[in-house]
Design a protein around this ligand. Structure first.
Ligand code: AMP
Ligand code: ZN
Length: 140
């Protein structure tokens, strides 16, 4: 593993505005927030993505994100809703190769959103969904 900014933060070698810490993970403010209150939940163990993240640790990250989301909603920050977001892989938008779960407060007209691909308006046939579901099911 080369240098990792999140490992540096967790080791106290780089600054962060910490929100929560336990034995397995930490949560700190995103340095470039989408909305005020944008938090990252990060495992202490350096895992690059979902493929090397132990499932129990993934469950703990989700539980922590849930707890932090509820705290954000009670904090007085502008928060009418929340997005939990995880980018797994460069093609999915992952920039920092240490798995992390974004907790993003949302409000009406905050300007953030998902962009849908061309052709999204055309619903696929059930037969196509069935074929795809089978491909995935076979690999579970
Ligand atoms: P992703 O695109 O899902 O990999 O997101 C990486 C996130 O990490 C971005 O939202 C960055 O703003 C955030 N980030 C990068 N460096 C730092 C840092 N030193 N402290 C806090 N957040 C960071
Ligand atoms: Zn790391």
């Amino acid at each position: 593993m080369g240098s990792c900014i999140f490992c540096d933060i967790l080791a106290g070698k780089s600054p962060a505005s910490m929100v929560y810490e336990d034995d397995l993970c930490a949560a700190f403010m995103d340095i470039h927030p989408i909305t005020p209150g944008h938090v990252l939940v990060v495992p202490r163990q350096h895992c690059e993505g979902l493929a090397d993240l132990p499932p129990e640790l993934g469950a703990h990250l989700f539980q922590t994100a849930q707890k932090i989301g509820l705290a954000i909603a009670r904090s007085g920050l502008r928060c009418q809703g929340l997005n939990l977001f995880l980018a797994d892989g460069k093609a999915a938008g992952q920039q920092v190769a240490h798995v992390h779960l974004h907790v993003i407060p949302r409000f009406e007209r905050d300007g953030f959103g998902l962009k849908f691909p061309p052709g999204y308006d055309n619903l696929p046939e059930r037969a196509e969904l069935d074929i795809i579901s089978q491909k995935i099911r076979r690999r579970l």
